[in-house]
Write a protein that binds this ligand. Sequence first.
Ligand SMILES: [Zn+2]
Length: 221
Amino acid sequence: MFIGHFAPALIAATQKKAPSLTLLFIAAQWVDWAFFTFLLFDIEKMNFKPGISVMNPMDLYHLPYTHSLVGCVAFAFGYAALVWLLMRTKAPSSANMAAIIAGGVVVSHWFLDFLVHIPDLTLMGDAPKLGLGLWNYPALAMPLELGIILGALWFYAKVKSPPMQRLWALGIVMLALQLFNWFGPVDTQVTPMTSALGFFAFGIITLFASWVEAKPKTNAP
Ligand SMILES: [Zn+2]
């Protein structure tokens, strides 16, 4: 799952006392930011094996820290603490709730991955390996991913009334990157470029999300 991960972030952002959409977008991919960092240092490992699933050539054979349920929850606590520290001075009455919401969005990552991944996820880093494997069923996985993100964008628009051109821009950027992910050229080797591409995609999307919630500039004195 890729852009579908941002659906819980958009929904969470409509809640009272939620942290910023930017912080929630980072939360949604927090464990993937960590995974691509760990990949650079060989702490977690993958290979490209075209055909390993119908839609995704990634052989994610060693993800014990970021994509075990226990690991993901630990990352969620870490991120929640970070959000709490950031909010503590700015909005003390919201800090606790904001931290809980952000942690929840981090954990949502594992459950969405569970739907699509072939069995490469774990509970605690060891076998059994889990994953319902919708990556083998593009006719289900693609509408699912597009459906949840479109539904979440719609809901966010309805509740928050953001500047619509900006929200459209965010939607189009996400869709473009998702289509590239599905239909673009397939890598064959894991290099630092693999991580760089991940950082780039998450970074661009998060920048657009922060633009959606940025206050429009006014020229008032
Ligand atoms: Zn993931």
